[in-house]
Design a protein around this ligand. Structure first.
Ligand SMILES: N[C@@H](CCC(=O)N[C@@H](CS)C(=O)NCC(=O)O)C(=O)O
Length: 201
């Protein structure tokens, strides 16, 4: 059976859990308390030299880190990853966008506010993340005004990757009020079969 090492509140870890629920893949969940440094122990660094969750342990005892790499591994040969060459590249395009232009602003703001519960102590950092965070939401809005799904004609792991932190953007201090197409897409993602909440293991 697969084992997922992660932190329940983390959107990056939620991506893998949501995909496994939707693909009906059984897995064992091992909670890692990142606030206590459990992802930085020698034992954990042997699993992921980058000291971060999520990490997926495969049946043969090997480890895979990076949430979007884990999504890609899980979704291979499933409807969550298209077979067409260009569509696969577009899925990757949006997953790269998520990691470079979205997660560093929206997810990290949520980390300071929702997990550390210390917005005052990080006020300067949080202020600096507002404009790029809203810019990422505007990019999504432009795409979703004309499309049901973020990367291609069907629901894919690119939707899962971006849903993880977009649907809880308010917990990072972002107001989705002006992003109607993004909000409608959030509802579509949540209505997919075997959807699981971010709070569910
Ligand atoms: N690019 C990585 C980011 C992983 C990441 O930042 N994980 C955070 C939790 S969301 C973490 O492990 N933080 C603990 C630490 O840095 O010690 C991914 O997508 O998996």
């Amino acid at each position: 059976m697969l084992t997922l090492y992660g932190t329940l509140e983390s959107g990056n870890c939620y991506k893998a859990r949501l995909a496994m629920h939707q693909l009906a893949v059984e897995f064992e969940w091992i909670e890692i308390d990142i606030l206590k440094g459990e992802s930085r122990t020698a034992d954990f660094l042997a699993k992921n030299p980058n000291g971060r969750v999520p990490v997926l342990e495969l049946d043969d005892g090997s480890y895979l880190a990076e949430s979007n790499a884990i999504l890609w591994y899980l979704a291979e040969s499933s409807p969550l990853l298209p077979t067409d060459r260009l569509e696969r590249a577009r899925v990757l395009q949006w997953m790269c966008f998520e990691q470079y232009s979205h997660e560093p602003f929206i997810a990290t703001s949520r980390f300071y506010i929702h997990l550390l519960q210390d917005p005052q102590g990080h006020a300067e950092l949080l202020a600096a993340k507002q404009d790029p965070g809203y810019a990422a939401l505007a990019v999504m809005e432009r795409r979703l005004e004309h499309a049901d799904w973020i990367a291609c004609d069907t629901y894919s792991i690119a939707d899962i990757a971006l849903y993880a932190y977009t649907h809880v953007a308010h917990e990072g201090g972002f107001d989705l009020g002006a992003y109607g197409a993004v909000r409608a897409w959030i509802d579509r993602v949540a209505a997919q079969p075997a959807h699981a909440l971010i709070t569910a293991v």
